[in-house]
Design a protein. Structure first.
Length: 309
């Protein structure tokens, strides 16, 4: 099994105590986003978890406790963007997150800290040239602490359009995408960083950018030194190259309050849900109630069994 922690919220930043408690207890419970009374109980023992993929803008709360994961393989998808509090309202300042990125890399190696520069947004003040300038500024600071950067361009879904009102945010057009991608690729090459795209329809191979895999079986195989038998994740978009994983997060629970976030589609609920968080509960938010149905999910290591199902 590959554990995703988490596409739906920033567990390292806001719920790390809960996560370490779940590791200690050896299981976690996750509500079905489409049926909230259906709960899966998922074993978290090292013999079943092939790799943990963390997603975060600020994993600082985890740094002093990484030794508790010594029996697990894991890597981080660490997002650092060039935006201020207009778009990223509660993300810590750049100096803090860059230092956290460096410390994390020193602790676990540059191979296991993937820099995410996404989504790429244009506004009335954020231009193509802005991205070119600030991507290089970040690359200068991060290039010895990572080997890979993943980029994506803003997709305006209905649930993000509402949150972005008043910010003048828009998707880059094809010419702008190609221009940004070409410059980013050139800068990354100069600093020895491999660039990949995330779930993009546009082909960027002509400027040196391949389609990436955030939950990447090839990387996991390299880290483990074994072969995996694992399929593409059918629950993701067709353009997504990620392999199968189980996500243990919940939507509308990330306190960074980024305007472009697809996972916080009802920001009014974030605060009221956060106060229901109990670090000792098997669920990320709330408790198991009498009308909930809990079933143990059958999981297997991809190393030995080749399938989650």
């Amino acid at each position: 099994m590959i554990l995703s922690v988490s596409r739906r919220t920033d567990i390292p930043a806001f719920y790390s105590e809960w996560f370490f408690n779940r590791i200690k207890e050896g299981y976690v419970c996750v509500r079905n986003p489409m049926n909230i009374h259906q709960i899966s109980k998922i074993a978290l023992t090292p013999n079943l978890i092939d790799c943990i993929v963390f997603w975060s803008k600020n994993p600082y709360p985890m740094l002093s406790r990484l030794d508790e994961l010594k029996d697990y393989m894991y890597y981080f998808q660490f997002t650092i963007n060039p935006y201020d509090t207009v778009l990223e309202q509660q993300v810590p300042g750049k100096k803090h997150v860059i230092e956290t990125f460096k410390r994390l890399s020193d602790l676990i190696s540059p191979d296991r800290v993937i820099w995410r520069y996404d989504p790429i947004i244009l506004t009335d003040t954020i231009s193509v040239d802005y991205h070119i300038k600030y991507f290089e500024e970040l690359a200068k600071r991060l290039h010895t602490y990572t080997k890979t950067c993943i980029i994506s361009f803003l997709d305006l879904y209905k649930k993000t359009e509402k949150n972005l009102r008043g910010t003048y945010s828009r998707e880059p057009n094809v010419d702008e995408m190609m221009n940004i991608a070409a410059h980013i690729s050139m800068i990354a090459s100069h600093y020895g960083i491999k660039i990949q795209s995330c779930a993009e329809k546009i082909e960027l191979e002509s400027v040196g950018i391949t389609h990436g895999h955030c939950i990447d079986s090839v990387l996991i195989e390299d880290l483990l030194g074994v072969k995996l038998v694992v399929s593409k994740d059918k629950n993701q978009r067709p353009e997504c190259g990620c392999v199968q994983s189980i996500d243990i997060g919940e939507y509308n629970t990330c306190c960074h309050n980024c305007k472009y976030c697809y996972a916080n589609f009802n920001k009014e609920k974030v605060g009221e849900r956060y106060v229901k968080h109990n670090p000792n509960s098997p669920l990320l938010i709330g408790e198991i109630e009498s009308d909930d149905r809990v079933s143990e999910r059958k999981i297997f290591s991809f190393i030995s069994k080749g399938s989650l199902f």
